[in-house]
Design a protein around this ligand. Structure first.
Ligand code: IFM
Length: 461
């Protein structure tokens, strides 16, 4: 049950979810500040104003990471903390915070693994159209160059974007995330500009240093149709579209320099954004790919009207939503209602490896689950999270044994934190956080994970 030598073990967070200090040291507002302050957008009116106050407690948090034996820490930079207006003037106090954080990590021999964008676009840029504006790609590349220039002496692993599918489709397609737009045209425009921004950022950072390991983080998953549907039922096309939007929309342009044919068949909504040369920029070679995996995506066929066309859904619905509904959750269903399907991780990795000759080395950059367990006598006995970790790490090991080049695993998340539209209700942390007192208590899963790291392997079940 051992992992390869030099396998990198760590944990992940993101700026808006943990930092707080939303108006401190010159930070500008970002789209999540705006969204969470808009009544009705986030459960219980929760915001990231304070979050888990990592901005002030980072030093203790890094000590806790060291106590657990973490070898790497995946965090993201807050764009609006560094460039409050999104473009132009740099806020030195923002850079200084990350400077202190990175030094604190290195003092404890923890590799900083940086993400440049984890969904917190400066609000000023949203006012100009955000990711639906073609210039967003250049705004992002310029910002990336500023941050990379400041820290590439000490940070070697860089991801451009975290889960661009979420930014594009939850932020612009169904609108449950910032900036809260529900419009398929905006969603596909955002998707293309995010990809273009990634490619331009890679080019800009590569020009600054050939030493940096540059990558992107995608949330990918196998997509299945379960149950019986006649051959002419739209569920088949819908599931293929869902798969193309979740997976192929990202892997195909990045690794094959083209969009999936099925998506091109949607016409102008997709093709209208693509200009000559874009795909060459998007497919700029990368050194690694991050994969965030939580669960398989499973649908069952639903009743449809005879005229229902999955390629042209009614109103502002997204392609791929006609004639299907989510299948009931399976496994140790999480507090979020998500399934646990560990073999999906193995299947995903083996499929990608078979599909792409040029698949770069993989890091699992997120994997985790939300369960709520109380602190009792200083102990949080989160048995289902331990089970989740054990099952997913077993599946990962199987994929590695089947030949997939996986170099590391970052558990999501280190701390309980702000879970976007769900506010503080969903607790993904290995470390419990009392959101009133900010007291941190490592859960049993953290202690289990510390053992896995120390042994570079799993205890037998
Ligand atoms: O909390 C998020 C994270 O920001 C991105 N990936 C999924 C996690 C759980 O929903």
């Amino acid at each position: 049950m051992s992992f390869p030598k030099d396998f990198l073990w760590g944990s992940a967070t993101s700026s808006y979810q943990i930092e707080g200090a939303w108006q401190e040291d010159g930070k500008g507002p970002n789209i999540w500040d705006v969204f969470s302050h808009t009544p009705g957008k986030v459960l219980n009116g929760d915001t990231g104003d304070v979050a888990i106050d990592h901005y002030h407690r980072y030093r203790d948090d890094v000590s806790l990471m060291a106590d657990l034996g973490l070898q790497a820490y995946r965090f993201s930079f807050s764009w609006a903390r560094i460039i409050p207006d999104g473009t132009g003037a740099i806020e030195k106090r923002g850079l200084d915070f990350y400077d202190r954080l990175i030094d604190a990590l290195l003092e404890k021999n923890i590799h900083p693994m940086a993400t440049l964008y984890h969904w917190d676009l400066p609000a000023v840029l949203q006012d100009k159209g955000g990711w639906t504006h073609r210039d967003s790609a250049s705004w992002f590349a310029d910002y990336s160059a500023v941050v990379h220039d400041a820290f590439s002496d000490r940070v070697k692993m860089w991801a451009t974007l975290n889960e661009p599918w979420v930014s594009a489709f939850l932020g612009h397609g169904i609108g449950i995330h910032a900036p809260g737009i529900k419009d398929p045209v905006a969603a596909f425009a955002a998707a293309h500009h995010l990809l273009l921004g990634h490619g331009k950022a890679v080019q800009a950072m590569r020009a600054q240093s050939s030493d940096s390991q540059l990558g992107i983080v995608l949330n990918l998953a196998p997509v299945y149709l379960e149950g019986d549907a006649p051959d002419d039922h739209p569920a088949h096309t819908s599931v293929a579209l869902h798969d193309a939007i979740l997976n192929g929309l990202w892997t195909e342009p990045l690794l094959r320099s083209h969009y999936p044919d099925l998506l091109l068949q949607l016409g102008d909504v997709v093709t209208g954004n693509i200009k000559d040369g874009d795909l060459g920029i998007i497919s700029e070679p990368i050194d690694w790919m991050g994969i965030n995996y939580y669960q398989d995506i499973r649908f069952v066929p639903s009743d449809v009207t005879p005229s229902a066309d999955p390629m042209n859904p009614p109103g502002t619905d997204l392609p791929g939503t006609v004639g299907v509904e989510p299948a009931p959750a399976i496994g140790n269903v999480t507090s979020f209602g998500w399934s646990t399907t560990p073999d999906g991780l193995r299947a995903l990795l083996v499929t990608l490896d078979g599909e792409y000759d040029n698949l770069p080395p993989i890091f699992i950059t997120e994997n985790g689950c939300a369960y709520d367990y109380p602190v009792e006598d200083g102990v949080v006995n989160d048995t289902l999270r331990v089970t989740y970790m054990h099952e997913h790490l077993t599946a990962l090991l199987e994929a590695i044994k089947e030949g997939v080049d996986v170099r590391g695993y970052m558990h999501w998340s280190l701390f309980d934190n702000f879970e976007w539209a769900e506010g503080y209700r969903q607790r993904f942390g290995m470390v419990h956080v009392d959101f009133d007192t900010q007291v941190r208590t490592p859960k049993q899963s953290a202690l289990f994970y510390a053992r896995v790291i120390a042994d570079n392997g799993l205890p037998s079940a």
